[in-house]
Design a protein around this ligand. Structure first.
Ligand SMILES: NC(=O)C1=CN([C@@H]2O[C@H](COP(=O)(O)OP(=O)(O)OC[C@H]3O[C@@H](n4cnc5c(N)ncnc54)[C@H](O)[C@@H]3O)[C@@H](O)[C@H]2O)[C@@H](O)CC1
Ligand SMILES: Nc1ncnc2c1ncn2[C@@H]1O[C@H](COP(=O)(O)OP(=O)(O)O)[C@@H](O)[C@H]1O
Ligand SMILES: [K+]
Length: 524
């Protein structure tokens, strides 16, 4: 699907692919390490064309091995290199790389005192821990990491991380041993050079906030990755809109011979008087995304509140389940959105009717609260439903799954349950597509398919009503017969792009109005 870019690999999958490459004779471990370190050095040099002074921090394992290769390559490129490393016996590949470095220069102790005693450098390379981190770093390494994350201008904006910032769990994005309130003092890399494929921790918070620019170095194991692809549950990053073309214009465009009913009819259920704004935002978004018709359905007493623009919007009062059932006998209706401004009781009353039709459904806000308090509603969900919870709603819907996300045991390196695992579990349990909102939005389908959308650069999306617009966008896409998993991912992409194009000062009302320019830029 044109929506999805790089595959994202867990660390176990990455290790398995690496083993396949070695076992098949495609490459030796030493060759992979040489490529990894050489490519990392290349990216560092591209970002810093003039040779300067580098301090390379090498840990006890293969991540440290990569670091010794970086040190050698920068040295040969004319850099003045200082290496700080551990006095341990690493595995054979890293030991070999360490020995090669020792032919060129000394290894100083890997300690905070040594680091801070060094003359200031132009860059610092973090090759302490990579995918092999199993527990929080000890206090000696912690002191180094705190130094690198400090406000001291000697270290600011100079950090290059090999595979990841040390301490990061690449499977879930957590920083082992770092309480949430201290994360601002964790090392923030300028660039992370990762190998073959991004890992979940590069895209999930807080990892994505600490990784800087993530560049992916091709170490020559893509054939092994592709060969084993069907054995993995698919997990992809959603591309930026510009990269998602050329398929998107065809998907979102309208054919010359189409008429409005060809483009679907979305029903947006609204709530009691005084709460109509949310549903109207959803309705505008559904219209702007090209649903052929959109009907807003408040209860009768709230009808006057919806008299204003947009005139393209149809209104029809729905007072109860029977009225909704009557409306839904119109076979041209192709999606329903329930939740924004709906009221929990009203959502609870209308949901069984909506779900019985098996029409594509967006369930947001109050609909999620209604489902959270009534297991029988959860049991009625189906695979054409899309749930769009933020973290609070997610915790109410799936308290046990959410609790595992924040378990302290993970800080001890024992278990790891990421936002991806949580969203997948929620989707499997509910039988619906689940979109867990945030700057690192995760979408999962009951089939196990999953994708991540990064919107770190558009924090202005955190504004009242922006979720209502997202729900409406997804409703519009569902109305146009885009399958639920893709409709959800695409809504996340277009929503963020609308915010990106508008920029600071954004309020939710601006988002639907920005859709035409987003579509134009996509050449729809
Ligand atoms: N998997 C692959 O395909 C490749 C991996 N490479 C590199 O290898 C790295 C993984 O290497 P390793 O598996 O050796 O793991 P790491 O080098 O990330 O670190 C693990 C080492 O540190 C120890 N350790 C773990 N947690 C610790 C803690 N809290 N305190 C003290 N010691 C701790 C482990 O016992 C082990 O010796 C990757 O991140 C990458 O940099 C590259 O060389 C290229 C290919
Ligand atoms: N810091 C952030 N950066 C990027 N996107 C964000 C951020 N915070 C929230 N969002 C996005 O904004 C939307 C907010 O939705 P929601 O929490 O339901 O708000 P509301 O209920 O006010 O509409 C979601 O799409 C979410 O992914
Ligand atoms: K590292």
């Amino acid at each position: 699907m044109m929506l999805f870019g790089s595959e994202i690999l867990t660390t176990a999958q990455m290790r398995a692919i690496e083993s396949d490459a070695i076992d098949s004779g495609a490459a030796t471990g030493l060759q992979l390490m040489e490529r990894a370190g050489t490519l990392a050095a290349g990216h560092i040099r591209l970002a810093n064309p003039k040779p300067g002074r580098a301090v390379i921090l090498c840990g006890p394992g293969n991540n440290g091995g990569d670091g010794y290769v970086v040190a050698r390559q920068l040295h040969h490129a004319g850099w003045s290199v200082r290496v700080l490393g551990l006095d341990n016996m690493p595995g054979p590949d890293a030991a070999h790389m360490k020995a090669l470095w020792q032919e060129l220069g000394p290894i100083h102790p890997l300690s905070d005192e040594q680091l801070h005693g060094e003359a200031p450098a132009d860059i610092y390379v973090d090759a302490i821990f990579g995918t092999g981190l199993t527990r929080p770093a000890d206090h000696r390494i912690m002191a180094i990491l705190k130094r690198l994350g400090s406000d001291d201008p000697r270290y600011r904006d100079k950090l290059y991380a090999i595979d990841c910032v040390s301490g990061l769990c690449l499977d879930c994005g957590a920083m082992l041993g770092w309480p949430d309130d201290q994360l601002s003092r964790a090392p923030h890399a300028r660039m992370t050079i990762a190998f073959d494929s991004p890992k979940p921790g590069h895209l999930l918070r807080p990892g994505c906030l600490l990784s800087g620019q993530v560049v992916i170095a091709d170490i020559g194991i893509s054939a092994q990755r592709r060969a084993a692809a069907t054995q993995r549950q698919p997990l992809h990053a959603i591309r930026r809109p510009g990269d998602a073309a050329p398929g998107l214009p065809r998907l979102l465009g309208k054919s010359p011979e189409g008429h409005k009913y060809r483009h679907g009819h979305a029903i947006i259920v609204a709530g009691a008087a005084g709460h109509g704004g949310a549903a109207r935002l959803s309705a505008r978004a559904a219209l702007r995304l090209g649903a052929g018709l959109v009907t807003l359905c408040p209860p009768q007493p709230a009808m006057p509140e919806h008299a204003g623009p947009p005139d393209a919007l149809m209104r029809r009062p729905i007072d109860d389940g029977a009225a909704l059932a009557d409306l839904l006998t119109d076979g041209r209706i192709s999606s329903i959105c329930i939740g924004p401004g709906c009221g929990i009781n009203r959502a609870a009353e209308l949901l069984p009717t909506a779900l019985q039709t098996r029409l594509p459904c967006i369930l947001d806000a109050d609909a999620l609260s209604a489902i959270a308090r009534d297991d029988s509603l959860l049991a009625q969900l189906h695979d054409r439903c899309v749930l769009t919870p933020h973290e609070g709603e997610f915790s109410r819907l799936f308290p046990d799954i959410a609790a595992r996300l924040h378990k302290a045991e993970h800080q001890a390196g024992k278990t790891c349950h990421s936002r991806i695992d949580a969203t997948r579990d929620a989707s499997a349990r509910s039988g619906a597509v689940v979109l867990l909102k945030g700057p690192d939005t995760v979408v999962a389908a009951p089939t196990g398919e999953c994708c991540i959308h990064s919107a770190l650069d558009v924090p202005w999306l955190a504004t009242a009503g922006s979720g209502d617009v997202l729900a409406g966008m997804a409703a519009g896409l569902l109305a146009r017969a885009i399958p639920p998993f893709h409709a959800a991912g695409l809504a996340a992409l277009l929503h963020a792009e609308a915010a990106r194009q508008f920029g600071p000062g954004l309020i939710a009302d601006d988002l639907p109005e920005q859709i035409p320019s987003v579509l134009r830029a996509l050449e729809v």
